[in-house]
Design a protein around this ligand. Structure first.
Ligand code: CDP
Length: 227
C-alpha cells in the first residue's frame, strides 16, 4: 500500500457559529463519503472540563494550556472518554459550552491543540467542523465552507435539542447565551470566527439539514479530484 503525502489527503473544513448545524452536516457528509470526522469544539470542551476536574482555574492560561497538552482521550463513534471516564454528556451542557469558549480564547491553549487536530488528517479524507478549521488548522483544505443561520433559527434549533434531551430551555435565555458566545468567538484576538474569501457560504436558515448535506456533497464532487 502506498502512503499518501498528508497534504494530498482531502479535507472538507466547515466553520460557523454555534448551533448553525455544522456538526450534523459535517458528520453526515463524512459518513456519505466514508471520510473521518473531527469535532474540534469537543477538544475545547474537554480541555475546560479536564481543567475543572483537576482544580485548575480557567483564568490561568498556562495551566489550562498544560491540561490541553496532556489530555488523555479516547474517541468512539458515539462517546468520548477522558481519563477513563465517559464524559460525552458532561461536555454538552450550557456551562461546558461557555467554559469551552473561555479557554478557546487563549492562544497557548489553541496551539497546544493544533497538532492533535492535524493528526486527524488520515486517508481517505477528513471532514472537520469548528471555528478555525479553514483559517488556521487546515489552510490548504480542498473545500472550505462557512455554515451559518440567523440567530433566531439557531436559537430555536438549540432550544429543541435541549428539550429533546429532557432539559428545560427558554428561548430568550438561549438567544442570550448564543449571542455571548458568538461575540466572544468572533472578537477574540486569536483565530476569530470569520468567513474566508475562498470559503463557500451556506446559510441554513431556510433549508433543511438534508439539503445542506446535498449542497456540501455537490461542492465536494466539484473540488475534490478523488471523488
Ligand atoms: O456546537 P457548538 O457550535 O455550540 O460548539 P462547539 O463547536 O462544540 O465549540 C465550543 C466552543 O469551542 C466554541 O464556542 C468556541 O469558542 C470553541 N471552538 C474554537 O474556538 N475553535 C474551534 N475550532 C472549535 C470550537
Amino acid at each position: 500500500m502506498t502512503t499518501l503525502p498528508t497534504a494530498t489527503i482531502p479535507v472538507i473544513a466547515i466553520d460557523g457559529p454555534t448551533a448553525s448545524g455544522k456538526g450534523t452536516v459535517a458528520q453526515r457528509v463524512a459518513t456519505a463519503l466514508g471520510f473521518h470526522y473531527l469535532d474540534s469544539g469537543a477538544l475545547y470542551r474537554l480541555t475546560a472540563l479536564a481543567a475543572l476536574k483537576q482544580g485548575v482555574d480557567l483564568n490561568d492560561e498556562n495551566r489550562v494550556a498544560e491540561v490541553a497538552r496532556s489530555l488523555n482521550l479516547q474517541f468512539f463513534a458515539d462517546k468520548v472518554i477522558l481519563d477513563g471516564e465517559d464524559v460525552s454528556e458532561q461536555i454538552r451542557t450550557e456551562s461546558a459550552s461557555q467554559n469551552a469558549s473561555r479557554v478557546a480564547a487563549f492562544p497557548t491553549v489553541r496551539s497546544a491543540l493544533t497538532e492533535r487536530q492535524r493528526a486527524f488528517r488520515v486517508a481517505p479524507g477528513l471532514v472537520c467542523d469548528g471555528r478555525d478549521m479553514a483559517s488556521v488548522i487546515f489552510p490548504d483544505a480542498q473545500l472550505k465552507i462557512f455554515l451559518t443561520a440567523s440567530v433566531e433559527a439557531r436559537a430555536e434549533r438549540r432550544t429543541n435539542q435541549l428539550k429533546q434531551k429532557g432539559n428545560s430551555a427558554i428561548l430568550a435565555d438561549v438567544v442570550k447565551e448564543l449571542r455571548t458566545r458568538d461575540e466572544r468567538d468572533s472578537n477574540r484576538q486569536v483565530a476569530p470566527l470569520r468567513k474566508l474569501d475562498d470559503a463557500y457560504l451556506l446559510d441554513t436558515t431556510e433549508i433543511s439539514a438534508d439539503s445542506a448535506v446535498e449542497q456540501v456533497l455537490d461542492w465536494a464532487k466539484d473540488t475534490i479530484q478523488s471523488l
